[in-house]
Design a protein around this ligand. Structure first.
Ligand code: FA5
Ligand code: MG
Length: 459
């Protein structure tokens, strides 16, 4: 859905985020006060927050065998355009870069859209540990809040959480042809350890894996054997995370005598594309009748390793990026992603560090529907904008009272050639009753803003 924009609203000269002042840029700045207010919450490090409980569970599992991973949980959300996109080889015209999908602070800074923005920094840390012969670790886990302009509903929120993981191996040339190089020997050992751990879980994974690399080619600098082993290590590591998390859920269901306990865990590997990994995959988990997209991953492109200071041909490795919120919603039976951001104690007091228990709704408040219909301007000076811009107005005025926004009617008048749109907004609070007066006031502001920013003609 595209709408037409006339004037852009006034933006302040500078914006303060996490105690830093950023100069704004009239062509780029599109962060809003309601988004900025999320940037200092750091929910993923609040001990008893579901997202944090999940994060710790995964960190512990992955570091349980050989403590290979450095852990980073305190990176701030404003990053450079270079770190978020360029360093990872995103082409200039990649849609992820557009203002309709990404929150820009100015032309050089944005709210990270993924935790991959910190890969280079963390690879550099490993490299400098190696150089100082601080034996060091060979991987990292980064958890953080990430931001994307998106629609609003029960499972979509403009902020969510990811965990990035990576492992590398230093390559060694074989000393003689009878012996495999040390890193191959090491990889085989590491894979075996993961396999042994997976075997121990009570509910075993049933894995569907199309291993063909057709349309998902390997990098030239790696041998076929390296690709095969690195891929196995990556997939077994991600499977271990999935297995751990879902087995803990199944155990907690057994303890509370839930009837509908799954007897097996189906997962599937699908080919994917990311600019900084090759080959690349995504994993999905079958849960209560749906495939849940959990994680994207792949073998790290050598260019990223070179950008991070590793010598040519010296290193191979993998990376993954896992979405935490949807898994946390499922583990803790949280019906609406906005609950993670509520300030209501009745939500937060229900959870404790290290434990999975289902959320008990503390009360249900009715929603209130309001429609807004308008004619779009039909003028040569109009500027095209994305439907997300409309979502933004509603979100700005209504904040977390907005449960959903749906386009319910759309037609073009045969007489005037003008287009009419009707959006239905559901106002609903997770934690209190909202009054009609309050909603009318918000709805009035939404209508005003639509006129101010888009020059629409209200119906
Ligand atoms: C990425 O963000 C890549 N950075 C992942 C990656 C890392 C690939 C390292 C390769 C190497 P993607 O946009 O698919 O990819 O998001 C990754 C995961 O985040 C998804 O699988 C999903 O679980 C979660 N996710 C994505 N968008 C949302 C959203 N709007 N709300 C909640 N979770 C989301
Ligand atoms: Mg995806």
């Amino acid at each position: 859905g595209k709408l037409r924009l006339f004037s852009s609203n006034a933006i302040p000269k500078s914006i303060n985020i996490n105690e830093v002042d950023y100069e704004t840029n009239e062509h780029w700045t599109n962060v809003t006060p309601s988004i900025v207010s999320l940037t200092d919450r750091s929910l993923h490090v609040h001990e008893s927050h579901p997202v944090s409980i999940l994060r710790e569970m995964i960190e512990q599992k992955l570091n349980s065998t050989d403590k290979a991973f450095n852990i980073y949980n305190n990176f701030k959300p404003v990053v450079s355009v270079y770190d978020n996109f360029d360093s990872l080889g995103f082409p200039e015209d990649h849609p992820g870069r557009s203002k309709s999908d990404t929150y820009y602070v100015n032309d050089k800074h944005l709210l990270r859209t993924h935790t991959s923005a910190h890969e280079m920094k963390c690879f550099k840390d490993i490299k400098s540990d190696q150089s100082s012969s601080n034996s060091g670790r060979s991987g990292f886990l980064i958890s953080a809040d990430v931001y994307r302009r998106d629609e609003i509903d029960r499972t979509h929120y403009p902020a969510f959480h990811q965990m990035e993981g990576a492992r590398i191996w230093k390559r060694e040339k074989a000393l003689n042809s009878n012996k495999e190089p040390q890193h191959i020997v090491q990889l085989r050992k590491d894979i075996k350890k993961l396999g042994d751990q997976l075997e121990k879980e009570e509910t075993k994974l049933i894995v569907e894996d199309d291993k063909s690399l057709e349309g998902n080619p390997k990098q030239d600098y790696m041998t076929e054997l390296e690709v095969e082993l690195c891929q196995q290590h990556l997939k077994r590591s991600v499977e271990l995370v999935v297995s751990e998390v879902f087995n803990q859920k199944i155990t907690s269901m057994k303890n509370s005598n839930v009837a509908d306990i799954p007897k097996e865990l189906k997962v599937r590997w699908i080919k994917a594309y990311f600019p900084w990994t090759a080959p690349s995959w995504e994993i999905e988990v079958w849960w209560q009748g749906d495939w849940l997209e959990v994680c994207g991953c792949g073998l790290v492109r050598e260019q990223v390793l070179l950008n991070s200071g590793f010598e040519k041909d010296s290193t191979i490795g993998w990376a993954f990026g896992l979405g935490l919120d949807r898994i946390a919603m499922l583990l803790f039976e949280v019906p609406d992603i906005r609950l993670f951001w509520t300030m209501d104690e009745r939500f937060h007091t229900q959870f404790i560090k290290g434990k999975i228990n289902p959320f008990v709704p503390y009360s249900k408040y009715p929603g209130t529907l309001r429609d807004v219909s308008f004619w779009l301007a039909n003028d040569d000076n109009a500027i095209e904008v994305h439907e997300n811009d409309v979502m933004e107005i509603v979100r700005n005025e209504g904040g977390d009272l907005v449960e959903s926004v749906k386009l319910i009617d759309e037609f073009t008048s045969s007489k005037s050639g003008k287009k009419s749109l009707c959006y239905r907004i559901n106002y609903q609070s997770m934690d209190r009753n909202v009054t009609n007066e309050e909603i009318n006031e918000i709805q009035e502001k939404v209508r005003d803003e639509l006129v101010n920013k888009y020059n629409v003609e209200l119906r």
